[in-house]
Design a protein around this ligand. Structure first.
Ligand SMILES: Nc1ncnc2c1ncn2[C@@H]1O[C@H](COP(=O)(O)OP(=O)(O)OP(=O)(O)O)[C@@H](O)[C@H]1O
Ligand SMILES: [Mg+2]
Length: 156
């Protein structure tokens, strides 16, 4: 119940779609959701390589008041940021080999703790995802231009 509430609030209560026309638009959406985020929320970021998952995460971190620069180091699956309103756990599981690597990282303490988790490439760890989470899906549409993204935010 508690977790359900966290998910609802972070997604603004209902699903929505926005059209992003620039990295800044995507960053601002992330910032808005970062400002609203509740402890215990898990946000899954779907989208192809270069879709804007990390740009969203950078805005989200800013919304939490995190000043430390956020990026996606190639071989680091989990980065923690402690200097914001809530702890942020940024997972990029693109390069995960075996799912047991998640246990070694201690993912459960993050998913079921009092911080906020953002997960890039959640489909790689589908079995481990919590029952309820927020899905942020970033889709490109080449016919609409290089910087166009359709972003769907919904509860799962
Ligand atoms: N509307 C947009 N929203 C977000 N990023 C955009 C947009 N338009 C162009 N971009 C560019 O697309 C790139 C997105 O890169 P980013 O690292 O965020 O992607 P990613 O989804 O995290 O990729 P990866 O799967 O490799 O981690 C950036 O270079 C950014 O400037
Ligand atoms: Mg990324």
């Amino acid at each position: 119940m508690e977790r359900r509430k966290a998910v609802r609030l972070a997604a603004g209560g209902e699903a929505f779609v926005m059209e992003s026309l620039s990295p800044q638009d995507t960053w601002e959406l992330g910032k808005r959701l970062g400002k609203e985020a509740e402890p215990g929320c898990v946000i899954c970021l779907d989208g192809d390589l270069g879709a804007g998952k990390t740009v969203f995460t950078q805005g989200f971190a800013a919304g939490l008041g995190i000043r430390e620069p956020v990026n996606s180091p190639t071989f680091t699956i989990l980065k923690e940021y402690e200097d914001g309103r809530l702890p942020l756990y940024h997972f990029d599981v693109y390069r995960i080999g075996d799912i047991s690597e998640m246990d070694e990282i201690g993912y459960e303490d993050c998913f079921y703790g009092d911080g906020v988790c953002l997960v890039e490439w959640p489909s790689r760890i589908e079995k481990l995802l919590p029952k309820h989470y927020v899905s942020v899906s970033i889709e490109q549409a080449p016919e609409k231009g290089f910087d166009y993204r359709k972003i769907t935010v919904e509860e799962r």
